[in-house]
Design a protein around this ligand. Structure first.
Ligand code: CP
Length: 305
């Protein structure tokens, strides 16, 4: 593929190949000398229309470790603020001959649209509530390293499923890799027709968590909610927030994940987030390895590679 726009475009063996490649990058990232040359002479632009800590910094670190010149476009101080459109912004940057454009945008489909307008490779770093493919890859890598395999595991994805690109990409990836996927959350935050993606739907946390191997919490995305949020934050934590008692309904060796950023005390109790079953910090480490693997794979398809 020239681009990475979504997990939905990947065959199961392509997902596995990216995870395998990322596995090899973990050691590189732990060495004192981390620099590689596969992207030497290449230019990577990170274009983030939405806030990010993990994704943007790990794409920057990954690009630099592979030898690319990485430029972080500051949207907040760009001509986007003067009304320049997404497409005009992209074609302007494209005229500077980047090789890879990493894009995050608040509108679902915006990154696909942009990919049709530029000549370089495009990576989706999150588009609205649609896809966040590198998050699903890093989550699959994290799970596989702890459980040995993904096939046959029961994974519960919990909370604000309706607004979550992380949930969508993970559902597609985990199903492709042979997991049984459940979604758990209030019916007000459950998208209509979610069953069609191949998940079992629960509204009760304790029933949904029963016998799960992996408990993946989602951030409550209040910036994507137009009006008042139903239920209230207090009710949400009471019924759907992950605390030790609810986690006790999953398997004793269940592991807890969260893509970040976390709302502590809203969707997850700090005691669980920082507890022995939590993989949250490791997910961040795997994020760099996965982004190195994605950039390295795209590099093979760049002109004159
Ligand atoms: N998980 C994730 O995408 O985090 P950021 O929004 O900080 O990039």
């Amino acid at each position: 593929h020239k681009h990475l726009l979504g997990i939905e475009d990947l065959a199961p063996d392509e997902i596995v190949a990216l995870i395998d490649r990322a596995e090899a990058q973990i050691e590189v990232s732990r060495q004192v000398e981390k620099k590689r040359t596969v992207l030497r002479g290449r230019t990577q632009i990170n274009l983030f229309f939405e806030a990010s800590t993990r994704t943007q910094s790990s794409f920057e670190i990954a690009g630099k470790r592979l030898g690319a010149d990485v430029m972080n476009m500051s949207v907040a101080s760009s001509s986007v603020k003067k009304g320049e459109t997404l497409i005009d912004t992209a074609t302007t940057l494209n005229a500077m001959h980047p090789d890879i454009l990493v894009v995050r945008h608040h509108a679902a489909g915006a990154v696909h649209l942009l990919a049709r307008k530029v000549s370089c490779s495009v990576v989706n770093a999150g588009d609205g509530a649609h896809e966040h493919p590198t998050q699903a890859l890093l989550d699959a890598l994290t799970i596989r390293r702890h459980k040995g395999t993904i096939r046959g595991l029961t994974v519960a994805i919990c909370g604000d499923v309706a607004h979550s690109r992380v949930a969508r990409s993970n559902i597609i990836a985990l199903n492709a890799l042979g997991a049984r996927v459940r979604v758990i959350g209030p019916s007000t935050l459950m998208p209509r027709g979610i069953e069609r993606l191949g998940v079992d739907v629960f509204t009760d946390m304790r029933r949904g968590l029963a016998d799960c191997d992996i408990v993946m919490m989602l951030r409550l995305q209040r910036e994507r909610m137009a009006g008042a949020f139903v239920p209230s934050v207090r009710e949400y934590f009471h019924f759907w927030g992950l605390d030790q008692e609810k986690l006790g309904h999953a398997k004793p060796d269940a592991l807890v994940m969260h893509p970040g950023p976390m709302n502590r005390g809203v969707e997850i109790d700090p005691e669980v987030a920082d507890g022995p079953q939590s993989l949250i910090a490791e997910q961040v480490e795997m994020g760099v390895a996965v982004r190195m693997a994605v950039l390295e794979t795209l590099a093979e398809h760049l002109p004159n590679a």
